[in-house]
Design a protein around this ligand. Sequence first.
Ligand code: 5GP
Length: 198
Amino acid sequence: MTASIHEDVERVILTEERIRERVAELGAAISADYGDEPVLLIAVLRGAALFVADLARTISSPVEIDFMAVSSYGSSTKSSGVVRILKDLDEGIEGRHVLVVEDILDTGLTLKYLLKNLASRKPRSLEVVTLLSKQGKQRVPIDCKYVGFDVPDEFVVGYGLDYDERYRNLPYIGVLKPEVYTDQPPSVGTSAQGDGYS
Ligand code: 5GP
C-alpha cells in the first residue's frame, strides 16, 4: 500500500464537517450584508484557493472572483511586511465592493500591505474574510470583518494550507507529526511564504 498523506498528520484541529458548517455560516453572513449588490472576491493564492471555491458557493449575492499572488520579502523566518505582487488582479476594482479572501491571518503584515495597496485603487468598500486567525499573534491591527476560526499558535496544514507545497489537499486542518519536518517546523508568527506563492 502506498503511504497516505493522512499518516503524516499528528492531530486534526478542524474536521471537514466543522469547516463546511462554518464556511456556510460565513457565506450566509456575507449574503445578508451585501444583499443584491455584486461583490468581488479577491482570493490570495495559493492558500485561499480551496476556501474561496467553497465560500463562493455559499454566497447568494452576485459574486465575481479574481486572484492575487504575493510573496514576502525577507528570510523564511521573518515576515518583513514588504510584499511583492507576483500576480496582480485581471481587472480594476474602482467603485466595486471588494472582499479579500485569506487562508490564515498570522502577523497580519502581508494583509496590511495588501489592503493598503487595494485601498489606493479606490474600491467602493474593502473588507476581509479569513478562514483562520492565529490567536494573539497579530502584530498590526487588521479589521477583519469575517473570521472563520481562531486557532492556536501552531503551524497548521490542510484545506489549502501547505507545508513545502504539500498537504493542501487534506480535507481538514491539522498539525503534522514532528518527524515530517526536514528541519524544524516552520516558525509560526512569521511568514511561512518564503519567496514563492503562499
Ligand atoms: P502574515 O503576514 O499574516 O504573518 O502571514 C500570513 C501568511 O503566512 C498566510 O497567508 C500563510 O501563507 C502563512 N502562514 C502563517 N501561518 C501559517 C500556518 O500555520 N500554516 C501555513 N501553512 N501557513 C501559514
